[in-house]
Write a protein that binds this ligand. Structure first.
Ligand code: SF4
Length: 367
């Protein structure tokens, strides 16, 4: 019965735009070629939340409720009491809204592993990216409301029934207190697998401090470099500066990505950058900054699957009225070209980065 519940959303996710292109083919997983640099090989791994003392866990719970009373949990800093009203994210305090919970095979090989990543897709978002690749989940508040305890029960189902490698919290920035409480509840229920925090990087430092000790793997995006691009395409003014601070804080907590000998990531930062049409100059700046300010050993996924979505390519209002073909955000209304992708990769290598998520020439994956 529970398996069926888990499998239905999985079928949907197999076709999700969130799925990195080409990572769903079982043949590639079967042929995985494991070669982990010794510095990043772990003998065994105990999730960080298991190591918290009961006093530290109580402090985390108090801090979660404290922040909900005057919310500063993302850079929007609405300052609202979420028990009484909602801020820009439109989510209250008692529950988190969840769109899909399922084992997911659309993540990087070291995250999805052999049995899938136990993904929890939260509805809503604290950003308003015009090209959102997950628009139906992130921008529309569809889904069901779950308390932290109910979330924890789902983590246990994913672990026991789905046999997943981790719990992957997707777009959690606006529900960090509920997430923190759910991890602590799941710990008491017997959760034993790592926690993945899958974020846009539009997090506040207070929020990341709350997650310190609860998260094992940070999966941050670094989307754009220029403030003008942030304002036009993400609809926030301060994304680049916030992302820089957040990614440094994440790396300080968990370091570079490490694996157990089965090739499954257990701890560290896996940085994603979705290359956007015409924005390769910004991508190169991001790669240079990461190498110089975070770590040359950072594990990086340069993603190629951008496609026009959400508001991009929709007819402008005046175009509807006058019958012209003008569309919104025309500058990003196309796929990314191969030469754009390869120039970003070359710039990343020139900056000193060397650990990339990619299919290697033997048909397996670099770790
Ligand atoms: S999470 Fe962010 S958007 Fe939501 S209420 Fe708090 S500060 Fe506002």
């Amino acid at each position: 019965m529970i398996i069926n519940t888990l499998q239905r959303p999985l079928q949907r996710l197999a076709h999700s735009p969130h799925s990195p292109r080409g990572l769903l083919r079982p043949s590639l997983i079967a042929k995985r070629h494991i070669g982990i640099p010794p510095a990043y090989l772990l003998d065994e791994y105990i999730p960080r939340y298991q190591l918290l003392t009961s006093v530290e866990a109580s402090r985390k719970r108090s801090l979660a409720y404290y922040h909900l009373n005057k919310c500063n949990l993302c850079p929007r800093r609405c300052g609202v009491n979420r028990f009484q009203e909602t801020g820009a994210c439109l989510i209250g305090a008692e529950t988190a809204k969840v769109n899909v919970i399922a084992p997911h095979r659309g993540e990087e090989p070291c995250i999805q592993g052999y049995h899938g990543s136990g993904s929890v897709f939260f509805s809503g978002c604290n950003m308003r990216c015009v090209f959102c690749q997950n628009y139906d989940i992130a921008h529309q508040l569809n889904g069901f409301d779950l308390t932290p305890e109910e979330l924890a029960e789902w983590y246990i189902k994913l672990q026991q029934v789905g046999n997943v490698h981790n719990i992957n919290l997707v777009t959690p920035e606006h529900v960090v207190p509920q997430v923190a409480l759910s991890i602590l509840a799941a710990r008491d229920m017997g959760l034993k697998i790592p926690i993945v925090y899958n974020t846009s990087s539009y997090d506040s430092l207070e929020s990341l401090e709350l997650m310190d000790g609860l998260v094992d793997i940070y999966l941050p995006d670094f989307k754009v470099w220029e403030n003008s691009t942030s304002k036009r395409l993400l609809k926030v003014d301060d994304y680049p500066e916030t992302a820089r601070e957040s990614i440094k804080a994440m790396h300080k907590q968990v370091g570079d990505l490490s694996f157990t000998s089965d090739g499954i990531a257990k701890k560290g930062v896996l940085l994603r950058h979705l290359v956007m049409p015409g924005k390769e100059g910004e991508a190169k700046e991001i790669m240079r900054w990461l190498a110089e300010n975070v770590s040359k050993d950072l594990y990086v996924h340069i993603m190629e699957q951008y496609h026009p979505d959400a508001h991009v390519g929709k007819k402008k209002k005046r175009a509807v009225a006058n019958g012209s073909g003008e569309v919104r955000y025309a500058e990003i209304n196309r796929a990314v070209r191969d030469e754009e992708l390869s120039s970003v990769r070359s710039a990343a290598e020139a900056a000193g980065l060397w650990r990339f998520c990619e299919v290697n020439e033997h048909g397996g994956f670099h770790l």
